[in-house]
Design a protein around this ligand. Structure first.
Ligand code: PLP
Length: 389
């Protein structure tokens, strides 16, 4: 029996009671008008969260990774060149997915802990005079390192070079928790999943496409079937689906977007910023530092905390789970064993964040790290008390 402690992994996030109820639905005919009353508000709610008027939203039974596959397979053709940075586990996985689809990836390396190198991207786009690069891929929030990248600056660089490539953004751990502006940033494909900012169980790949991306769908020749946007578009006007949709999850998404928009996106983002800053104050009080190298790129949805040289952060995460029933995120890929992550996205409160910090302190002390119990918690408490929501 799982404990009722909140989780502090950076997704899946804690599911609010109202959303658990919304997902729990009796069987319904997904070809009925009743289903349309669930699907349409879910789609328009997502559009509002994405700040998109022009885009079209698609919900596939999958997860964020499936959303990448939707993005790639619907807009590109075998051998197409794409530009991407590798600066964490998720950006690395996206590159791998592209290669396995037969795409030609121009890969830019960057330190794990750094953001997408917009400067370097601009140089590469400038040199690409015959516009062989068909898509630029960006991971808005690198969940492995707790680093946010500047998508507006990337769009500015692309426009500055008058480069026509599609801009595809992985917003899996930012959308619904941090500022994201699909139209204003000229994002052509935005990808997320149901289990992070939308606070639902995993199971939906949420993909939005700009008119320019939708035009590319017509000429793209990568194989796709289950994820074919054309089938989804053909079925959706009548609120149909090309196959059986996960009705409960879609109903959950309808309620989740209501919750986010009801709180107000600005308030949601401010809450995440406040909770994240409390966590960062705690980290500083512990005398530790973040994997993210500069304050400008600190993520408000996940903090990746470096542990001392020679210490196994994986053992810390395992101990916290076993002894205290609290899940933190482990280090992934290049940073495995070197850091642990506190996820603070979704419907998290200050009170819950303090619980996570208190448990992290106990677990670190148990594991022999030098720290005085209560120092991080007190730093966060002081910060939270000083900030009125
Ligand atoms: C979680 C995550 C993914 C992968 O999503 P899945 O739903 O696990 O397939 C992709 N990118 C980022 C940035 C993520 O945080």
């Amino acid at each position: 029996m799982p404990s009722q402690n909140p989780v502090f992994i950076p997704g899946p996030t804690n599911i609010p009671e109202a959303l658990r109820r919304a997902v729990d639905m009796p069987t319904m005919d997904h070809r009925s008008a009743e289903f349309a009353d669930i699907l349409q508000p879910a789609l328009s709610g997502v559009k509002r969260v994405l700040r998109s008027e022009a885009g079209e939203v698609f919900l596939f039974p999958a997860t964020g990774t499936g959303g990448w596959e939707v993005a790639i397979s619907n807009t590109l053709s075998p051998g197409d060149r794409v530009l991407a940075a590798r600066h964490g586990m998720f950006s690395a996985r996206w590159i791998d997915l592209c290669r396995r689809h037969g795409l030609d990836v121009v890969e830019v390396g960057a330190a794990w802990g750094e953001s997408l190198p917009v400067h370097r991207f601009r140089e590469i786009l400038e040199a690409d005079r015959d516009h062989r690069i068909r898509a630029v891929l960006a991971t808005h929030n690198e969940t492995a390192t707790g680093v946010v990248s500047d998508i507006a600056a990337l769009r500015e660089a692309m426009d500055g070079e008058r480069h026509p490539a599609l801009l595809m953004v992985d917003g899996v751990s930012s959308i619904g928790s941090m500022d994201f502006r699909m139209d204003a940033w000229g994002v052509d494909v935005a990808v997320t999943g149901s289990q992070k900012g939308f606070m639902l169980p995993a199971g939906l790949a949420i993909v939005a496409m700009s008119p320019k991306a939708l035009a590319a769908v017509e000429s793209a020749t990568l194989p796709r079937c289950y994820f074919d946007i054309r089938d989804m578009r053909a079925a959706c006007p009548g609120s149909g689906y090309p196959y059986t949709p996960p009705v409960g999850l879609i109903n959950g998404l309808r309620v989740a977007t209501d919750m986010l928009l009801g709180e107000g996106l600005a308030a949601v983002f401010a809450r995440h910023a406040r909770i994240a800053e409390g966590v960062r104050r705690a980290v500083a009080a512990w005398g530790m530092s973040l994997c993210a190298r500069r304050p400008e790129i600190w993520s408000n949805t996940v903090s990746a905390i470096l542990t001392p040289e020679g210490f196994d952060s994986g053992a810390l995460v395992a101990h916290a789970a076993k002894r205290y029933g609290v899940a933190f995120g482990a280090g992934l890929g290049d940073v495995a064993g070197k850091l642990f992550r506190i996820g603070h996205l979704g419907r998290l409160s200050e009170a819950q964040a303090l619980l996570g910090l208190a448990v992290a302190e106990m677990a670190m002390a148990d594991m022999g790290l030098e720290l005085r119990l209560g120092t991080g918690v007190a730093a966060a408490q002081e910060y939270y008390r000083s900030k009125t929501p």
